[in-house]
Design a protein around this ligand. Structure first.
Ligand code: ASC
Length: 232
């Protein structure tokens, strides 16, 4: 349990940043935008940032580091696997609902779909995340795959999980910039005049980058890994 105190500091910081990011997303849509509803208008679009930040960034980040929590090392590995898979399933559902909100809003307003880099990379991330979840469930949770197959797929599972997580954060940053450019033009104060909403959402972007940096650091320190078991 090398550097356990530092791990706790990073964990508490990541949790605070995660909650703060969700809070910022809610303040953004309720204070600066049209709030939330499911009516084909802007308030339906607003589910997109709220659900992505809550599910696809915060919950996914926690799902990544559940194996690193030292007080779970005495729990059965199977239980932690179910928590890992369960949190990732919740994140996947929220990400898919958030995409439905955008497509539904676009179609109601006759706005084209899938033309931006944000949409190309974002949809690709959701598809790969779903594949990763199904494959992870089949190989690591169901009792059928031989240990040799588990061992050879584990580095790929870890690599693709971290790559998808980092890609989701990069995609969210593109989304913030897009939305601010679309929303902040005349008669609203333009983005390039740095109105309060622009500063606020840029700050949200910074919070998410720092959250991601902490999660990736905690996940990749070899000495914070769950100690191997005899029969795992
Ligand atoms: C599993 C599991 C592990 C790995 C290991 C192969 O399903 O619980 O620790 O795969 O067996 O790397």
């Amino acid at each position: 349990m090398e550097g356990y105190g530092l791990f706790l500091v990073l964990l508490v910081s990541a949790l605070l940043l995660g909650f703060l990011s969700v809070l910022f997303a809610l303040v953004w849509v309720f204070h600066y935008r049209e709030g939330l509803s499911w009516d084909g208008g802007s308030a339906e679009f607003n589910w997109h940032p709220v659900l992505i930040i809550t599910g696809f960034i915060f919950i996914q980040g926690i799902a990544i580091i559940v194996y690193r929590l030292p007080w779970t090392w005495k729990c059965s590995k199977l239980l932690i696997k179910f928590i890992h898979a369960g949190l990732n399933t919740i994140a996947m559902i929220l990400a898919i609902v958030s995409l439905v909100a955008v497509f539904d809003f676009h179609n109601a307003k006759n706005i084209p779909n899938m033309y931006s880099l944000h949409s190309w990379i974002g949809l690709t991330a959701v598809i790969f995340y779903t594949l990763q979840l199904v494959l992870g469930f089949a190989v690591f949770l169901l009792p059928f795959a031989p240990v040799s197959l588990r061992a050879s797929l584990m580095p790929i599972h870890i690599y693709s999980g971290l790559l998808i997580f980092a890609t989701v954060i990069a995609t969210a940053l593109m989304g913030f910039t897009e939305k601010l450019i679309f929303a902040l033009k005349t008669p609203a104060p333009a983005y390039n005049t740095s109105p309060p909403e622009a500063i606020f959402v840029n700050t949200l972007g910074l919070l998410i980058v720092i959250f991601g940096a902490l999660i990736l650091w905690m996940a990749t320190r070899p000495h914070w890994k769950r100690p191997p078991e005899e029969n795992s």
